[in-house]
Design a protein around this ligand. Sequence first.
Ligand code: NAP
Length: 232
Amino acid sequence: MPTAVITGANRGLGLEFARQLLSREWRVHALNRGVAPALADLPGADRLVVHRGDLADPAELRRLSGELSATRIDLLLNNAGIMKTDTPRHPDHQTQGLHDFSRDEWRAVFEINLFSPAQLIALLRPRLAAGARVVTLSSAMAGIADNEYGGWYAYRASKAAVNSLMKSVALELGDAVIAVALHPGWVRTDMGGPDADLDAATAVAGMLQVIDDLTPADSGAFIGYDGSRAAY
Ligand SMILES: NC(=O)c1ccc[n+]([C@@H]2O[C@H](COP(=O)([O-])OP(=O)(O)OC[C@H]3O[C@@H](n4cnc5c(N)ncnc54)[C@H](OP(=O)(O)O)[C@@H]3O)[C@@H](O)[C@H]2O)c1
């Protein structure tokens, strides 16, 4: 039975990844900050183990990876992420621009979006099965060529760095794993908001199809939920 580790599986895309993988008879380890009643209600929850901790805390990540010391991982899904903190903003300025630059906010965004995936990959590397998929959720907002409206400096920069991270992981781990960054599309979650294009079920079904279809030649790539190559 294949095994996935998913960060931030208590809501949004992470919860949907857990739902769809459990329905495919996978075993799922969910790494979540808080309680996750929605997870416990999923069909197949007898194949689910929830590990609780703040993933932005390096000591917590070390403790959580210790809880996985006997686990062979076929899919590591770095999903947890934030766009912003609750830094006060002028109502005309909602885009995390230069006008409200906050080093603390940048640090918080980078902690969970970049440092945690990097540390978790390093910690769990010995637990990865041969040919395991190592996936980190990026965003089309990482794209530099496609940046048409600016703003969201910390979020964009953190996801651009994630794309670089996954390329380096692919190079370092070579044929042992397939490592990619995925763009889920614009999805109706707490982060994506109600006006987004896709529901979570469609986005996650697309990403799981992409993951199924990965070959070693894809390692290091930045790929959209529909299989398209996302722009750097
Ligand atoms: N939705 C979109 O349109 C979209 C587009 C592009 C990329 N993405 C990316 O897709 C991923 C999932 O997004 P989403 O839309 O599902 O977001 P979401 O609905 O806001 O969910 C975010 C998840 O991350 C978890 N998380 C955040 N900080 C954490 C921490 N310090 N420790 C543990 N868990 C933490 C949250 O847990 P808590 O409940 O504890 O906060 C939650 O489970 C993110 O990486 C995001 O950047 C989303």
